[in-house]
Design a protein around this ligand. Structure first.
Ligand SMILES: Nc1ncnc2c1ncn2[C@@H]1O[C@H](COP(=O)(O)OP(=O)(O)OP(=O)(O)O)[C@@H](O)[C@H]1O
Ligand SMILES: [Mg+2]
Length: 243
């Protein structure tokens, strides 16, 4: 498999009026094409920084980042615009990137229909459930057909029940659209239920302390949670995260 994203010995330093904050140091990892990688790490360790670097929104202070393909990201809070309909929200990245062609709109609408938003295209975000809004935000991210999806705690605003369902949806969408995904989460169970591989980060400055390939194969998230090896993974990752 080919790397689509590669961090090599990356350091990132924020310069502020009160001094320097080293958010990442000696950070190295790679993601293969088509892989679903989850990243877990302690609060404030530099996860969002890592994702912003991967998105090309920040330049590393040292080290190198190789990126191939196009990137779409979905941030910590879903930010559908309340004054735009779901359809208009989904078209927004196309407008911004000047890709607002009839074919691109058709493709985006096709995704919205395929993933259960057909009857809500003319609705406003406030008229949808939290889970549906999250799905709409993901479809908006997919509208430009990015090769790599960068997801920063996309489910953190949802209640537990909704979260389980949205995870199921998101996993299904990402896998059926054959996207590469890099998901940041602080939820160990979520990481185990979704990913092909999990990277564990140290406390700030972030670097990778462990990398685990999971062995569940093509099983959807809720089914994974029922597997006998699930709790073993949880315990191991818990230990590493709290070491
Ligand atoms: N724009 C910025 N300017 C200065 N410091 C920053 C900036 N963004 C983040 N930091 C600092 O860098 C460190 C890492 O922040 P980051 O947001 O990447 O952590 P995180 O792991 O995503 O945290 P959380 O778990 O709360 O989401 C923190 O100490 C934070 O205060
Ligand atoms: Mg963060």
């Amino acid at each position: 498999m080919k790397n689509i994203l590669k961090f090599d010995n990356v350091t990132h330093i924020y310069h502020t009026v009160r001094g320097e904050v080293v958010a990442a140091k000696g950070l190295s990892f790679s993601v293969d094409e088509g892989e679903f990688v989850a990243i877990i790490g302690p609060s404030g360790c530099g996860k969002t920084t890592l994702l912003s670097l991967a998105a090309g929104l920040l330049k590393p202070s040292a080290g190198s980042i190789e990126r191939r393909g196009s990137y779409g990201y979905m941030l910590q809070k879903d930010e559908l615009f309340s004054w735009r309909t779901i359809e208009k929200n989904i078209f927004l990245p196309l407008e911004i990137r000047k890709q607002n062609t009839p074919q691109a709109r058709k493709r985006a609408l096709g995704l919205a229909e395929k993933y259960g938003l057909k009857d809500f295209l003319k609705s406003y975000p406030a008229q949808l459930s939290g889970g549906m809004r999250q799905r709409a935000a993901l479809i908006r991210t997919l509208a430009t057909d990015p090769d790599v999806l960068l997801l920063d705690e996309p489910f953190s605003a949802l209640d537990y029940q909704t979260r389980l369902n949205v995870c199921e949806d998101v996993s299904n969408i990402i896998r059926s659209e054959k996207k590469t995904a890099l998901l940041i989460t602080h939820d160990i169970s979520e990481a185990i239920s979704l990913a092909d591989r999990i990277l564990v980060l140290t406390a700030r400055p972030a670097r990778v302390s462990h990398s685990h390939a999971l062995d569940f194969g093509d099983i959807p998230p809720l089914k994974r949670r029922e597997q006998p090896t699930f709790s073993g993974w949880f315990e191991e990752l818990w230990r590493e995260l709290n070491a």
